[in-house]
Design a protein around this ligand. Sequence first.
Ligand SMILES: Nc1ncnc2c1ncn2[C@@H]1O[C@H](COP(=O)(O)OP(=O)(O)OP(=O)(O)O)[C@@H](O)[C@H]1O
Ligand SMILES: [Mg+2]
Length: 265
Amino acid sequence: MSNIVEAENLSVSYAGKAALHSVSFAVVEGETLAVVGESGSGKSTLLRAIMGLLPRSAFREGMLRMEGCDLAALSPREHRAVCGRGVTMVFQDSGASFCPVRTVGAQIVEAVQSHEADAKKSIMERASSLMGEIGLDPSVLSAYPFELSGGMAQRVGILAAMVLAPRLLLADEPTASLDCHAQEQVLDLLLRLKASHPFSMILVTHDMGVARHMADRILVMRAGKIVEIGTREEIFAAPKCAYTKALLAAMPMIRKGTGKDGICD
Ligand SMILES: Nc1ncnc2c1ncn2[C@@H]1O[C@H](COP(=O)(O)OP(=O)(O)OP(=O)(O)O)[C@@H](O)[C@H]1O
Ligand SMILES: [Mg+2]
C-alpha cells in the first residue's frame, strides 16, 4: 500500500505561536485515520496544512508530501493546485459553508468547475447519481441552503466533496453540530461511501466512540503534538499514553454491547 499523504517533522505556527510541533505520520491508500484530542490541540490546523488552507499569518515548516509530490516548497495557491481535485474537505457545519442565496446544485457545479472543465450538465448528472447514494432526492440540488436541515446540509456537504472523486477526504468534526440521529446517519453514510469508492479519509473527532466506529488507525494529539498513534485495536486494547487512557476513561457507555458505545442513538 502506498502513502497518500505523508508528514515528517511538520510544524505550524500562527504569528509566532506554535500550533503543531514537529508531527510525523502517514495515511496509506484506502485507510481511515481518526485524529482525536482536546480542543486547541491542533487537529484542524493539521487538516488545513494538508489542504493548503492555512491563513496568511501561519508559518509552516517540515516535510509534507502528497502521493509523492513534495508540497513543502509551494505557496498555498500552488499547494491547492497540486492537490487539485484529489483532496476534498467536509466541514463541521456544511450549511454555513454554502452561500445562502444560491442553490446548492449551482454551488457544487461552480466548485467542480474550479478544478475541471466539465460541462454543467455532466456535473449535475454526477451529483444527481450521488444524491441516490446519500439518500436524498436529486431535487435537493435545486434547494437553497436554508431549506435543508442540519443533517441534510451535512450530507450535501459530503456529496459536494465526493463529486470530485477525491483520493483523500478530510472531515473536520463532520457530526459535531448534529443531533444523535443525524450524527449516526452521517457516519453510516461515510462508511457506505468508503466501501463503494476508493478514497482515504482523515476524520477529526472529539469522540473516541466515533473513532472506534469509523477508523482503521487512531492518532491522538495533545498541545500540537502526536502523543500516540496505532491501530484501533491497539489504542483501545492497550493504550500506551496516559492521555489516551484518560480519553478512553471519559467515554460515555451508552449502548453496551452494540459496538457503538459512545455514539448515541
Ligand atoms: N487562524 C488562527 N490564528 C491564530 N491562532 C490560531 C488560528 N487557528 C488556530 N489557532 C490556534 O492554534 C491552536 C490549534 O487550533 P486548532 O483549531 O487547530 O485546534 P483544534 O484541535 O482543531 O481545536 P477544536 O477541537 O476546538 O476545533 C489553538 O491554540 C488555536 O487558538
Ligand atoms: Mg478544530
